[in-house]
Design a protein around this ligand. Sequence first.
Ligand code: HEC
Ligand code: HEC
Length: 408
Amino acid sequence: MDFLKDKKQLFKLWIGVLALGLVVLAITNYRVNFYGNSRLLPVSLGIFTVTTFIVGIYFHKARYIMHGAAFMIIVAAAFAGFANWLPQTIGEPPPLEEQIEDISTMSQQELADLGEKLIFGSVGGSTVKGAIGKGQCPLCHVFGSSDHGERAPNMFGLPDRSNEIVNLDEYINRDTVQPVSFDGSGIAETGIEYMAESHACPNCYVSPGFGKGGTNDRESPMPAIHKSPINLTIDEMVAIDTWSYVREGIDPPSVDEMRAAYEKFIPEDERPQVSTGTEEEGGGGESQLYATGDESLQEIFEKAQCTVCHVIPGIPGADEGDFGPELYVKTNAPKRMKDKNYAGSASSVQEYILESILDPNLYVVPDFDEDLMPEDFGTGLNAKTVFRIVNYLSKIEKGKDPPNHEEM
Ligand code: HEC
Ligand code: HEC
């Protein structure tokens, strides 16, 4: 054959064969992956595009046909392939959220990792200073073996300590504002039951010296963590406990045993079923604590964690915080600034609030302990968030209706 001797023709033949091969490959890939949940469909699109270019360069006459075909393929691939592809990568829930569906299939380490994530916001977060997750425990608790807990007991050694506490006289013969979680719940008999009771009913037994100011350890400032604002599910609390055991090298009780401990202290109608984080953002222990400043005020106060410690008049759900004073700031700030012990430099209600957030120990409200409000708090909030907090709080007056939070 004559044209085979022509190098140019020979080259074209090779290109033609190559293009044909690519087209077959693209079609095969397209067919094989069309019905599955595969993300390889766009590969066909890529191959077709490359083929069209190659053919377009060397076969001028075939160009238009190929372009037409490529266009149709692109359209088809765009509909079938991309529609299939994009939502899968974008909408895919974070892996931990899938796992949280059924913690009994997780390995001990996976469950402990979830626990660490719930407490500190990420796996490994326990070694990061200031790290905090959905459970918000580090707001009040320290976790390192040599840390000193000012606001609340150090969580190190909890598993061992729990076994001992349940046998103490002062534990068994408790005298608190709420000696049992609910009628008939009884008190804890094992270490894990003590941990569950501590989470579900902080008032049941108050660690000596850590009670709410002025209550002689009869009342706890810790919020029940299955309730607002923390809202952890039983499985999430089980994950947290698992981490507490595993990180100290202690074998945790089984998941069933832990669940049963929580069920002993949380009546059925009070058990949160789904992680609140799952419905909204993140979920699975993802820290949902980063406010952008554009949220509703209710959400801002929750994300900024103020509601864990303060009652904030007018804000739905902000009526449990027992750790700090009720925030009637418009009424109280002028009094504070006149106090002879006041060492700050604020000259307006707004400035006083800002100071309270950014430098809480400059002035400590009488009857509250120093060091209770976290020092490094302000650093985690952006300017818009702080502005909206200050703006709202500065208008709360004792004896008057709170401002309308929905309009601010
Ligand atoms: C607002 C502050 C605060 C937050 C947030 C908080 N706690 Fe506490 N917690 C306390 C205080 C204060 C005590 C001691 C008083 C008491 O026994 O109730 C305590 C006690 C405990 C105890 C009993 C400790 C012991 O040595 O007997 C456990 C367990 C516990 N907390 C776990 C947690 C976990 C887990 C979280 C996070 C999901 C958490 N707490 C969040 C303040 C807090
Ligand atoms: C871990 C608990 C805790 C958290 C979280 C917390 N506070 Fe406080 N806050 C306190 C305590 C305790 C006091 C009183 C002692 C003091 O003045 O330091 C206080 C005092 C204040 C005061 C002064 C109140 C007065 O009557 O003079 C303001 C204002 C305030 N907090 C605002 C906030 C805001 C806003 C947030 C959220 C961004 C917040 N706090 C988060 C515990 C907390």
